[in-house]
Design a protein around this ligand. Sequence first.
Ligand code: PHE
Ligand code: NA
Length: 502
Amino acid sequence: AQQTREQWGTRAGFLMAAIGSAVGLGNIWRFPYIAYENGGGAFMVPYLVALLTAGIPLLILEYSIGHRYRSSAPLSYRRISRPTEAIGWWQVAICFVIAIYYGAIIAWSSSYVWFSITGAWGEDPNAFFFGDYLQMSEAPGGITGYVPAVAWPLIAVWIVVLAILALGVRNGIEKANKVFIPLLVVLFLILVVQALTLDGATTGLNALFTPDWSAMADGSVWVAAYGQIFFSLSIGFGIMVTYASYLKRKADLTGSAMVAGFANSSFELLAGIGVFAALGFMATAAGTAVDEVATSGIGLAFIAFPQIISTLPFGGALFGVLFFASLVIAGLTSLISIVEVVVSAVQDRVGLGRLQAVLIVGGLIALVSILIFPTHQGLHYLDVFDHFINQYGIVLAALVMLIVFGWVLRRLPAFQEHANSVSSIRLGRWWRITLAVVTPVLLGFMMWDALRTELTENYAGYPTGFLLTAGWGVAIGAIVVGAVIALVPWKRADQMAAHDRE
Ligand code: PHE
Ligand code: NA
């Protein structure tokens, strides 16, 4: 007998999990700087256009596929058309790679919750982060040394993630998100209020929001807007297919996509306010312009924020705890969704129960993560994996998926009909046009643009040999792995298909 598929307990539970997946490090440390760099207040126009013409339509597409076929990404695609199963395994491989390094950033952030209290970074947060804490080697490549101060929090992160996944969709993923997301909102709101009281907060906000309308005529600003929407909504690599496969038959797909899309953007906007208020304080205290201190990513979280925390006249420890705890929580809920893609695919493939699948698959992901990232070369790997798997994994997989489903198989009308049969907001022709035309054109342009830069200069100045193995090797490896797994005969799926036909 077939096991019945796990299900979300409530619609709110599914929404919390979908929002939890979308709201991640990208909202906090990527959006504010991207907006600042690309026209400030004027960036909101291309950003909203990207949300409405690519983000939400793609969310709806993934929800519809997951809900219609009630399976993980590879099996859902196989049911659409057998060869497209390969795209699903490619996405699973991408999730594997993202998961191993995403966990490391969460581990660092959890160390920094504690360091905010002890002020461990002293006078020089830069030297502390790269030297004392990560013990990073100058040269990339190879694997040497092992840093227990990074390994322990990383092990703890993986235990938490695997424990939540082992508890299942309803008792693990849903419950965790129902606690984590409200908690994240509360912590982050307190952080923003504290940031707004700082000297120079308005300077920071002016720097972020003053519109530069000329930016709207700049193609690269539009590319940045679509890039942020893609990254931020975690679309194009199977996460939303997986989460939607646990929905009940009656589910408002389009309405949920609107809620999740706008919730994620609201959180980005909130983060922009908090981060730039803090950067305004930092610039004011140092007597420089905001332009001198504005950064994103690792530099923002582990260098600039520690500086801000140390400079605060009072409440520095609280500010640091709020900031790094927000990173930990936002990151955890995203990591859970990434690992679930792999777990769910393997469950469907070999018919394992959840606990075994989590222990074997999740255990393997955790092991690889724990072996690579606490070494002296960990950050180099993280940097290059992240760049290549985003550009030539996520973006490329989304492009291939749209071309195959939209043009080769011409399935968009069928998906539209499915979404309309259960949803509150009905999809019209515009939905197919955005997915078949607007989004592929933009994704294609993004790919071409990225490739051109890639071939003119080595990413971040890394040696070619390292980029060929850790960068191209991993990105192309994900494609090869996807294709190879899809070539292996899959008896269960054929039996299930026969069963469905009866
Ligand atoms: N969308 C998340 C963010 O904005 C990042 C993420 C990447 C989530 C990959 C899941 C998978 O930070
Ligand atoms: Na996001």
